[in-house]
Design a protein around this ligand. Structure first.
Ligand code: HEC
Length: 94
């Protein structure tokens, strides 16, 4: 692959990640709870690319389960909440 092409792709990724910095607490918590797990926005959200604007960040069943579990404590999703609910893969099996 040409170098220019690589740079373009890298730049794209950086921009994409940057624009996704809406509220990535949950994602970081997930990585902390399960360090070797892969996680995408779409694992907790209905939209693959949730946006803060326009309210397009609806949660899917797993995301809702996190919020429900959090509601039992202080209402905030934390690393512990995610550990209690378990991995996305295990959740889907239920
Ligand atoms: C581990 C699960 C998880 C992942 C992964 C995740 N989210 Fe979320 N996200 C949540 C939960 C849960 C909420 C609701 C938090 C609340 O209500 O306290 C939320 C809320 C949001 C909100 C609304 C925040 C606000 O301040 O209004 C946006 C926007 C969002 N997520 C975008 C994203 C994007 C973009 C990604 C991927 C880069 C992503 N999320 C990945 C669980 C997740």
């Amino acid at each position: 692959m040409k170098k220019g092409m690589m740079t373009l792709i890298l730049l794209g990724v950086v921009l994409w990640v940057g624009s996704a910095q809406a509220d990535m607490k949950e994602m970081n918590f997930y990585k902390e709870a399960f360090p070797d797990a892969k996680i995408k926005c779409g694992d907790c959200h209905v939209n693959a690319m949730p946006k803060k604007e326009g309210g397009k960040h609806e949660l899917n069943a797993y995301g809702k389960a996190l919020v429900e579990e959090a509601a039992k404590t202080d209402g905030k999703v934390t690393v512990d909440t995610i550990k209690k609910v378990g991995k996305v893969e295990d959740f889907k099996k239920k």
